[in-house]
Design a protein. Structure first.
Length: 259
C-alpha cells in the first residue's frame, strides 16, 4: 500500500526509482513468486507507466526492468526485438548478453554469435564485460564441436557457428519406414516428377501447360538463398509483447446461490 500510494502521488523527477524499489521489494517479500507476489503485473505496469520516456533508454535500471518483464512473456525474443526497434538499451551490454544467451539455450548458435557481434560493433558498455561473455560463448561452442567430432569421427569438420539451421524442403522425396523398399503412391509435378519405371520418360514442364493460358511463377522455397540471419534491423512494433496469461484472481464464492 505504501508503494502504491507513493506511485500515485509521486511528484519527483525520477519515477523509475519508485518502480525499481517496488519491484525489488516484491522479489524479496515473495521470492517464490506466484499469485501473492504478482510480480508480472507490477512489471507490466512499470513498463507501461514509463513507456516513451526516452531519458531512460540508456539507463541500466530501465533495461533491467524490461529484461525482467521479458521473463514473464511467452516469447522473450519478441521483446528483445521490440527493445532494439525502440533503441532501448542498445548501448548497454546487458541487452546483447541476455539476447545471445536466450538464443544459445535454444541451439541457435549462429544467431547468438551475430547478436554478440552487433553489440561489439556498437561498443555497448561495459565493453569488457561483453567481450568476456563473447569469449566464454565461443569456448562453449568450441567445446561442443569437439565433443560432436569425438562422437562422430567420420563427420565433417564444420563448427556449430557455421552450420545452417535445418530448413524444410518443399516437394522432397517421401521415404518409407522399415527394411522393405516402398514407393509413395503420389504424383509429382514440374521438377519433382519421378519416373515410375525405366520405360517411362520425364514429361517436359511445357507440355503440362494448357494452351493460351498466361504463365505464372510458382514460388519454390528451395530456390531461396541460404538462411541469411538478419542483424538487429529496426522494426515498427506498435506495442510491447504481451505477457503470459494471467491467473484468474477472482475471489472464491458460492456457485449455487444464483437462480
Amino acid at each position: 500500500r505504501e508503494f502504491e500510494a507513493e506511485i500515485r502521488f509521486y511528484s519527483g523527477d525520477d519515477p523509475l526509482d519508485v518502480w525499481e524499489r517496488y519491484i525489488k521489494w516484491t522479489e524479496q517479500a515473495f521470492p517464490g513468486g506466484g499469485k501473492d507476489g504478482n510480480l508480472a503485473a507490477v512489471l507490466e505496469r512499470a513498463v507501461r507507466a514509463l513507456h516513451g520516456q526516452q531519458r531512460y533508454y540508456k539507463d541500466p535500471r530501465y533495461l533491467n526492468l524490461w529484461l525482467k518483464f521479458g521473463d514473464c512473456c511467452n516469447e522473450p525474443l519478441d521483446l528483445y526485438s521490440y527493445l532494439c526497434s525502440q533503441e532501448i538499451g542498445t548501448t548497454l551490454a546487458l541487452l546483447y548478453i541476455t539476447w545471445a544467451e536466450t538464443l544459445e539455450a535454444r541451439g541457435s548458435f549462429r544467431k547468438a554469435d551475430l547478436i554478440f557481434q552487433e553489440g561489439l560493433q556498437r561498443k555497448a558498455e561495459p565493453l569488457d564485460k561483453l567481450q568476456a561473455h563473447h569469449k566464454q560463448f565461443q569456448a562453449r561452442v568450441s567445446r561442443q564441436t569437439l565433443l560432436a567430432l569425438e562422437e562422430n569421427p567420420g563427420g565433417d569438420n564444420m563448427g556449430l557457428l557455421e552450420i545452417a539451421e535445418p530448413q524444410r524442403s518443399s516437394l522432397a522425396d517421401l521415404k518409407g519406414r522399415g527394411k522393405k523398399k516402398v514407393r509413395a503412391p503420389i504424383s509429382r509435378v514440374g521438377d519433382a516428377v519421378k519416373a515410375m519405371n525405366a520405360n517411362r520418360s520425364y514429361q517436359s514442364q511445357a507440355s503440362l501447360q494448357l494452351p493460351n493460358t498466361p504463365s505464372f511463377a510458382v514460388f519454390d522455397e528451395n530456390s531461396v538463398s541460404g538462411p541469411e540471419i538478419p542483424t538487429l534491423t529496426t522494426q515498427l512494433w506498435p506495442a510491447p509483447p504481451v505477457p503470459k496469461a494471467k491467473e484468474n484472481e477472482l475471489s472464491a464464492g458460492p456457485w449455487n446461490s444464483g437462480r
